[in-house]
Unconditional design. Structure first.
Length: 256
C-alpha cells in the first residue's frame, strides 16, 4: 500500500470517527443551547486532534523502524519531536555515530572525535527528554561513557559509568559499567589512554611512484597495539572477559 492510498484510508477513518462522535451528541442539541453547542464543538475538535495524533504516531513507528541512516533518524526527530519516538531515534542515532566514530579513530582522528562528540550529545539529549524511558536512559548513560572513553576522557567516562550504578543498579548494563570502572582504575589503563590521546594516524604519502605494479597490493598502516578496531554492537549482555585496557567492545545487538 503506497502513501497516497494510506492517506486516503486515514481520511476516511477520520471522517467516520467524526460522524459517529457528532451523531452521539446531536439528540441533545435542543436542550443544551448555544453554550452547550460550543462545548460539544470543542469536544469534537479535541477528539479529532487526539485521533489525528494517534494516527500520526502509529505511522511514526513504521518510519522509525525503517530508519537506518543518520539522515533518516534525524528526519524522525524533526517530524515527531514531542513523542515517545524522539528519544528512541536519539538513542539509535547516538549508537550509529558512536560506531562510525570508533571506526575512524585509527585513520582520521579529527573526524572520529567529531562523530563521538555528536554521539555523546545525542545521548545527553535522551537523558534530558521527558519522554525517555529508563531503558532509553540507561543506554544513553552507557553511550556517553563509551564515547568519552574512546576520546581518552576517562574521568568523564567514570562519572557516566557511576551514574548507571547509582541509578540503575539492577539493570544488566550495570555489570558492564562496573567492569569498565574497575578497568579504568588500573594504572595500565591510565598509561594506555594517555598514550592513545596523543596518537595521530600516519599521514598518507603524497609521493607518486614512477611505475605501479598492479600485482603488488600495499600493506595497510600498522595499527598501534592495544587498540580494538572491531565495531561494537552496543547492547548488553556485557562481555564475558575483559583482559586489559583498550577501546571498549560491548557484545549484543543494536537497539531497536
Amino acid at each position: 500500500m503506497d502513501s497516497e492510498e494510506r492517506h486516503e484510508l486515514d481520511k476516511n477513518d477520520l471522517a467516520h470517527f467524526l460522524m459517529n462522535t457528532w451523531d452521539r451528541f446531536r439528540p441533545y442539541l435542543g436542550y443544551i443551547g448555544l453554550a452547550g453547542l460550543l462545548l460539544v464543538v470543542g469536544l469534537v475538535a479535541a477528539a479529532y486532534m487526539n485521533h489525528a495524533n494517534q494516527l500520526k504516531l502509529q505511522e511514526g513507528w513504521g518510519v522509525l523502524a525503517a530508519a537506518t541512516t543518520a539522515d533518516g533518524l534525524s528526519q524522525v526527530l524533526a517530524d515527531y519531536p514531542n513523542t515517545p519516538l524522539a528519544p528512541l531515534a536519539l538513542v539509535r542515532l547516538g549508537w550509529l555515530r558512536f560506531n562510525e566514530g570508533k571506526e575512524r579513530l585509527v585513520d582520521d582522528r579529527g573526524e572520529a572525535i567529531r562523530l563521538l562528540s555528536e554521539a555523546a550529545e545525542n545521548f545527553e539529549a535522551v537523558i534530558k527528554n521527558s519522554s525517555s524511558t529508563d531503558s532509553a536512559k540507561v543506554q544513553a548513560y552507557l553511550g556517553i561513557a563509551l564515547a568519552k572513553e574512546c576520546q581518552s576522557m576517562t574521568e568523564e567516562a567514570k562519572k557516566a559509568y557511576q551514574e548507571i550504578l547509582d541509578r540503575y543498579p539492577t539493570d544488566p548494563v550495570a555489570q558492564t559499567a562496573r567492569t569498565r570502572l574497575d578497568l579504568l582504575s588500573q594504572e595500565s589503563a591510565a598509561t594506555f589512554y594517555t598514550s592513545f590521546k596523543n596518537y595521530q594516524p600516519p599521514a598518507p604519502s603524497t609521493d607518486l611512484p614512477d611505475k605501479v605494479d598492479p600485482g603488488v597490493i600495499p600493506s595497510p598502516p600498522e595499527i598501534p597495539s592495544g587498540i580494538d578496531t572491531s565495531l561494537p554492537s552496543v547492547v548488553p549482555p556485557p562481555p564475558a572477559d575483559i583482559t586489559g585496557p583498550g577501546l571498549p567492545t560491548i557484545e549484543g545487538t543494536l537497539p531497536t
